[in-house]
Design a protein around this ligand. Sequence first.
Ligand SMILES: Cc1cc2nc3c(=O)[nH]c(=O)nc-3n(C[C@H](O)[C@H](O)[C@H](O)COP(=O)(O)O)c2cc1C
Length: 183
Amino acid sequence: MGNVLVQYYSQTGRTAEMAELVAKGAASVPGIEVRLRTIEESTIDDLFWCDGLALGAPTHLGSIPWRVKQWWDEATDDAWMQIDGKFGCAFSSAGGLGGGPEIACLGLLTMLMNYGLLVFGITDYVAPLRTLHYGAALPGRPKTQAEKDICERLGRRLAEWVSFYVDGVEQYHPRHATYPRRG
Ligand SMILES: Cc1cc2nc3c(=O)[nH]c(=O)nc-3n(C[C@H](O)[C@H](O)[C@H](O)COP(=O)(O)O)c2cc1C
């Protein structure tokens, strides 16, 4: 049974709303257990526990908030060289389109790569003109159905990778689960 951790920081609640939808998407894959944790309440044990991690934060000055960086900086002693090969993805809420949430996602993914996680983007368009190539990057909170779908798709895809590669469930490879016509 694969485990997915959704770890996030949120100052005014928007990234928290995204995190709940990411967790909901992950939980939609049967057999996946999900933990939803703020950066303040999560521990190193959560990292060891999970097979896949969705890391979220608001965009701050075109980058990641210092609290998130601090948590991961201080995790180094315990987690370094201990969590390689887990799956990782990112999500971020920004003040507006063009405010840099994709850059913040890349910052989050860069940290995860430094810990040896296997990070991914998603090619799907959940609606016309709405995709998540670098993770879920939104202006503000998830309001429209397409914005909610972006968050859920991220969590579901993370859980699909975990289900296929960790639990060995062939049918949850995204090629079968999300693109059934492509065989
Ligand atoms: C210190 C600080 C820096 C920010 N920098 C940016 C920024 O570079 N680009 C942007 O679009 N929004 C920026 N914002 C706005 C937040 O990204 C935005 O309000 C976000 O939705 C907040 O998410 P949260 O509710 O999860 O904290 C900044 C906010 C703060 C407090």
